[in-house]
Design a protein around this ligand. Sequence first.
Ligand SMILES: *[C@@H]1O[C@H](CO)[C@@H](O)[C@H](O)[C@H]1NC(C)=O
Ligand SMILES: *[C@@H]1O[C@H](CO)[C@@H](O)[C@H](O)[C@H]1NC(C)=O
Ligand SMILES: *[C@@H]1O[C@H](CO)[C@@H](O)[C@H](O)[C@H]1NC(C)=O
Ligand SMILES: *[C@@H]1O[C@H](CO)[C@@H](O)[C@H](O)[C@H]1NC(C)=O
Ligand SMILES: *[C@@H]1O[C@H](CO)[C@@H](O)[C@H](O)[C@H]1NC(C)=O
Length: 189
Amino acid sequence: MKAKLTLAWVLTVCVTITWAAAHGQYYSKTVPYSPMKEQVTNLHFFFHDILGGKNPSAVLVAKAKNTTIGDKSPTPFSTVFAVDDPLTVGPELTSEVIGNCQGLYASTGQDNLSLVVYFDFGFTKGEFNGSAISVFSRNPVLETERELAVVGGRGKFRMARGFAQLKTFSVNQTNGDAIVEYNVTVFHY
Ligand SMILES: *[C@@H]1O[C@H](CO)[C@@H](O)[C@H](O)[C@H]1NC(C)=O
Ligand SMILES: *[C@@H]1O[C@H](CO)[C@@H](O)[C@H](O)[C@H]1NC(C)=O
Ligand SMILES: *[C@@H]1O[C@H](CO)[C@@H](O)[C@H](O)[C@H]1NC(C)=O
Ligand SMILES: *[C@@H]1O[C@H](CO)[C@@H](O)[C@H](O)[C@H]1NC(C)=O
Ligand SMILES: *[C@@H]1O[C@H](CO)[C@@H](O)[C@H](O)[C@H]1NC(C)=O
């Protein structure tokens, strides 16, 4: 009798523990993490933000009424653009395309033209074909040289961090088309 009860008790405990493991937990056991060795990759390319013409790569998607800055600038305060901008090896749009930048930028400067960018730079050529870096940063476009934060990445750039150094290569004052040179330092695994 006692042996039977003990067996039943052991079985009940086993079933309860198994059930708790299968249904009761939404997290794994926390264990120490030993990171792999970090590597660094430098990227250099040109970004084409095309606002004018028949095939713009940056399109206005939202705009507040009655902006204080007025409509003279292509990106007055409070406007939001969606972009799918080509990335090329050289400054000419006809040079080799190595990826594209998809995302949004919002014109967030009240006094001076400045953007906040939410970008995913996806690469389509060479070693980093299929990989991408994520950038989220303020971008004071009127300053000649500026820096954006790389906050993550995908594929070979998974868990990336780093920074992008930017220089405006040219701007068409009539339609706002801009070509920007990027030097990106990416730390990844
Ligand atoms: C925009 O400005 C006009 C003229 O100043 C004013 O009549 C109108 O109420 C304003 N609209 C909004 C949404 O603030
Ligand atoms: C904004 O622009 C004005 C006029 O161009 C300039 O005097 C001022 O220093 C700028 N402010 C910032 C924060 O860049
Ligand atoms: C990039 O990767 C895609 C998908 O794997 C593949 O179809 C394409 O041929 C690759 N392009 C280059 C240039 O390697
Ligand atoms: C990128 O790096 C190259 C080589 O060091 C340099 O000539 C160029 O001016 C840099 N451009 C930017 C935007 O930092
Ligand atoms: C600048 O944009 C205007 C209007 O779209 C165009 O006529 C002109 O050719 C462009 N300038 C350059 C240097 O591309």
